[in-house]
Design a protein around this ligand. Structure first.
Ligand code: 5GP
Length: 115
């Protein structure tokens, strides 16, 4: 069964894709939490960071480099931004296909919700 993100990557369901190469695809989050909210996703289905293996080193690095490139493209590099990857229940992961959130365009506040 393929994930909702695999369907977006394959072009089977629509999304605002802002970047795509042979390893990763980036598209705008459907429910943005900040003026810029982009998801950067491996084209290969990897459920969580726990399933990353040595052979995924290139794709893992590419997520970060594409985030940097898109931050510049969005005009938020100088003011700053946040990169986030949620894992499993305590991380609040909802879609089980690894993705990096690129958030910015306003001050984002403390890193974690206060308890
Ligand atoms: P997670 O909580 O797993 O780290 O984040 C999942 C993110 O995917 C959420 O921010 C959610 O808004 C986004 N999302 C879920 N379904 C879709 C979709 O069909 N299209 C897009 N563009 N984003 C989605």
């Amino acid at each position: 069964m393929s994930t909702i993100f695999s369907k977006i990557i394959a072009g089977d369901i629509p999304a605002d894709i802002v970047y795509q190469d042979e390893l990763v695809t980036a598209f705008r989050d459907i429910n943005p939490q900040a003026p810029t909210h982009i998801l950067i996703v491996p084209n290969k289905e990897i459920a969580t960071v726990n399933e990353l293996s040595e052979e995924d080193e290139r794709v893992a690095g590419r997520l970060l480099l594409v985030a940097k490139k898109l931050a510049a493209q969005e005009g938020i590099a100088e003011d700053g931004y946040r990169l986030m990857i949620n894992c499993n229940a305590h991380g609040g992961q909802e879609v089980f296909h690894v993705h990096m959130h690129l958030l910015g365009g306003r001050p984002l506040g403390p890193m974690l919700m206060r308890r």
